[in-house]
Structure formats: C-alpha cells, structure tokens
Design a protein around this ligand. Structure first.
Ligand code: ADP
Length: 235
C-alpha cells in the first residue's frame, strides 16, 4: 500500500537565544499526519505549540530535525524555497489571520492562488461557496463578523487545494455555533483526503480529531492518552 503520510516531522529542536538566556522551545518532537487524518495538538501556554506550527509550516527553521510534506523536505532550505513549497502544499491558518486588509475576500483568495503557478483547481467563487461566504465575496475583511472572518481565512488557506492544512486555534474566538461550522469544514476537507493538524484549547476541536498529542515543555507527552479516552468516551 502507498505511504499515506503527508506530514512527517522528525526530532524537531528549536532553541532561542537572547543574550545569555537560552530557551529550548522544542526538544525532539516527532509526529506524522496521514491523508484524511485530523491531529489535534494540545498543551499549556509556553509549551511550544506555536513554535512547532511555525516549523511545520516552514515559517520558521528548526535548529535540528527535519520536516517533510508529501515526501519533500521543507526544513533547512532558503526562505524563498520554503515559501514556494508552502504555497503549493500547505494551507496555513494562523491566529493573526491570513487576510490582507485592503482587498475583498474574493481577491484575498485569488491572490493566494496567484502565488502558485498554473490554474487553481477550485475557483475563488466555488471556495467561498464552500465556506458559506458566496454573498460576502466583495466585502473587505473589516466588514466581516468574527465567524465570517474565520471562514474567509479558511477559504484563503484552502485556496490551492493543499494536501496539508495547519491551523492555530482556528476556533479560538468563535461562539459555539460558528465553531461547529468551522470544525465541520475542517472535517470535510479531511474527508476529501487533506491531512489536518490543529493546535487548540477547545474541547470541541479535540473531539473531532482522530488523534490527539500533548506538548509540555517542548516535548510530546503521554497526558494526551487521557484526553484520547475522554474524547473516545464522548464521541
Ligand atoms: P505556545 O504556543 O505553546 O504558547 P510558544 O511556542 O509560543 O508556546 O513558546 C515556547 C517557548 O519558547 C516559550 O518559553 C517562549 O517564551 C519561547 N519563545 C517563543 N518564541 C520566542 C522567541 N522569538 N524568542 C525567544 N523565546 C521564544
């Protein structure tokens, strides 16, 4: 059978040095996400979640270890190559949102598509329809509600039909109903074969994940097993 692994991270380390002080944000993190799988990463503030996500997305370089997406190494390459690979293979949904403020929602999607050569597999119109924003295509980001912004961000992340979607607290500021809509959309994309990794504090997001790993002090921890049981029990 073909290897279904989309994201493979091996022994990731990330040191930060500020003067005399050295922080070990990641201390040997390894993980895999397969096609169609949703992995939730949980952990207290400062445990290394954002650092991990940035390394997986090629936004940051790990000090040690390796990240591969669809078999292609994304770590330890010049920034321009990393961003080219990211545009083609990875959808990234960050807390700061991924929308340009001065262009419409539709143009945000189109600009993301233009970063990749060749014709986009899905039109901006179709993508906005999928996230329920067909009527808001011409609106500027500041004219959108919190829930609409989250869905617009998702449309941009999915603009190039990525094989991997990385999301940092995608439902962080949403009410329960909107959270369910966004989680439903993530599940839908996983069902179509996308590999999804979500960094989250939300119990609802953990429940929809196929697998959960915990981070503490830059390492993966067994605490995730308890959450896994909790999740299985409530599923
Ligand atoms: P989380 O996302 O789980 O809150 P982070 O990845 O943001 O954790 O941070 C992990 C550790 O790395 C923390 O101790 C944090 O203070 C430190 N850290 C994060 N970014 C930097 C940076 N740019 N410079 C120095 N230390 C950092």
């Amino acid at each position: 059978m073909a290897d279904e692994t989309v994201l493979a991270a091996r022994e990731l380390y990330r040191f930060y040095r500020a003067g005399e002080e050295e922080t070990l944000a990641l201390r040997g993190v390894s993980l895999r996400v397969r096609r169609g799988e949703t992995l939730a990463v949980v952990g207290p503030s400062g445990s290394g979640k954002s650092t991990l996500l940035a390394c997986l997305a090629g936004l940051d370089e790990p000090s040690g270890g390796e990240v591969r997406v669809d078999g292609v190494r994304i770590s330890h390459r010049p920034e321009t190559e990393r961003s080219r690979l990211r545009a083609r293979h990875i959808g990234v949904l960050l807390q700061s949102r991924n929308l340009l403020p001065h262009v419409s929602v539709r143009d945000n999607v189109r600009l993301a598509q233009r970063a990749v050569r060749g014709r986009a597999a899905v039109s901006a119109r179709e993508l906005l329809g999928q996230v329920g924003l067909a009527e808001r295509a011409r609106a500027l980001p500041r004219q959108l509600s919190g829930g609409e912004l989250a869905r617009a961000g998702l449309a941009v992340a999915l603009a190039n039909s990525p094989g991997l979607l990385l999301a940092d607290e995608p439902t962080g500021e949403l009410d329960g109903e909107t959270e369910q809509v966004v989680l439903g959309l993530l599940r839908e994309h996983a069902a179509r074969g996308c590999a999804v990794l979500v960094v989250t504090h939300s119990a609802a997001a953990v429940r929809v994940a196929d697998r959960v790993i915990g981070l503490a002090d830059g390492r993966t921890v067994a605490a995730a097993a308890e959450r896994q049981e909790e999740r299985d029990a409530t599923r």
